[in-house]
Design a protein around this ligand. Structure first.
Ligand code: ZN
Length: 203
């Protein structure tokens, strides 16, 4: 469990990253930290990219419907303008932001802000996702959360796509993805044992 670092007279802020596969509880962990910051009377602002309109324009909504009000923004540079006076800045779905996000987060940290970014570390192809690798490199604290593999019950690190579609972003994810461990993810890709995908290929 991540506990907030406590630095007396610390002049600069820092960057925390929460990463993992789909259904790993990234957003729940982000919300948990932001709520604790609010309890500590910190001024908290939350942002997400405009692309993520899965459930709701204004709310960050995790899969268990735990929610918190957020501002959708067009690009990461907007964070520099919108975070005046904030103590803590939350960023959800960080993988969908542009390549400037790590630099922007570093600038916010230098201004004394605690930045907490949550995002997918890998896309459905198992490749590092958007600005996440760079963000992970420059962060002070990294938490990798895990889902449970739906095939074998081990810890899941990969997001396996159940539908054949090459687009990087497929919304409506409950039907489209499942969390898998490395081995079951690889088996799925090689043997194509998923019945849904087999049906699609056959038709
Ligand atoms: Zn597995």
């Amino acid at each position: 469990m991540f506990l907030e670092p406590h630095f007396k007279n610390q002049r600069s802020g820092w960057i925390e990253v929460i990463c993992g596969s789909m259904f790993s509880g990234k957003t729940e962990e982000l919300i948990r930290r932001l709520k604790r910051a609010r309890i500590a009377n910190q001024r908290v602002e939350i942002f997400k990219p405009k692309v993520d309109t899965r459930y709701d324009e204004q709310e960050i909504v995790s899969h268990d419907r735990n929610q918190i009000t957020s501002t959708p923004i067009e690009n990461s540079r907007a964070l520099l303008m919108l975070t005046e006076g904030a103590d803590v800045v939350g960023v959800d779905e960080a993988q969908f932001f542009d390549k400037d996000l790590p630099e922007v987060c570093e600038e916010l940290a230098l201004r004394g802000i605690r930045v907490i970014a949550a995002g997918l570390d890998m896309d459905f192809k198992g490749q590092p996702f958007g600005p996440m690798p760079h963000l992970l490199a420059v962060a002070e604290y990294i938490t990798k959360v895990h889902a449970i593999c739906q095939h074998c019950g081990n810890l899941a690190t990969h997001s396996y796509r159940l539908v054949s579609n090459d687009a990087k972003v497929v919304l409506g994810e409950k039907e489209s993805y499942e969390p898998r461990c490395r081995t079951c993810y690889q088996m799925g890709n090689i043997l194509d044992f998923n019945p849904k995908q087999k049906e699609e290929k056959a038709s």
